[in-house]
Design a protein around this ligand. Sequence first.
Ligand SMILES: [Zn+2]
Ligand SMILES: [Zn+2]
Length: 274
Amino acid sequence: MLQDYTLHTHTIGFDGRDSAQTVIERARDLGFKTVGISNHFIVNPIIKNTKMYPYSVKGGYSNIYSSSFDEVLARFVPHYHELEILREQNPDMKILRGMEVDFFSDIKWLNGFEMALKILKPDYIIGSAHFIKYNRTLLNTHDWKNADTETQDKLLKIYWTNVKHAAESGLFTWLAHIDLPKKVGLGIDDKWENCESRAVLAAAKTNTAIEINTSFYRDYLYEPYPSNRILKMMAQNNVATLLSDDAHEIKNIGRHFDEASQLIKQFNLKRLVR
Ligand SMILES: [Zn+2]
Ligand SMILES: [Zn+2]
């Protein structure tokens, strides 16, 4: 096994299906020595006005969205406390407290985030951009699908600028699913190479790793996040990487790790997150 840990996982109480204890047990059964829980940390004053929010209420996972840092802390403080108890109960496993954070670049958010970090002291922080600011609202990647091509290009540009800023911030241990828009079929064309390369270079500069996220292996585009084009840039700029299963249920823990390990070798990615 190339990697004896799994760190990108989601649990009950947020948008995962299984408890942290079950995730730990499954990771142990699969031979992992370290397991991290990284639930969504998505804070924005207008997050509950988004198109996405009512769906999350219906689906029972609206807990991943907070309008304020007080609200997110009220969820993460007891959550981290539970993980500390699980540490004591599972001494054979190294259990880490992570978070998958949606990055926003305004000063209010940055100040609130730093305050929250002082209280929570996470072991690692995953940076992501499921939302972008557009016309005074926040658009989730899924909202882009029905826009016209011109608007989609605008949205993609905003997306990549946001990812670049996230990389430049140096706040994150690594970046998640960096080419997320391909989830809805966008940003695949070679014309996006320049935008991607600016984000990868920023990550290289701040020593921010970029994960290989194995949740995207589709019939029509059989690859993980990121694409071969980005993997090549990561190798050229000596960016560190790791495998992430992004498991929202235990059956997905360690999914496609063998295939993704082959990519690490194929692209000669030398630096692995330890
Ligand atoms: Zn994500
Ligand atoms: Zn995730």
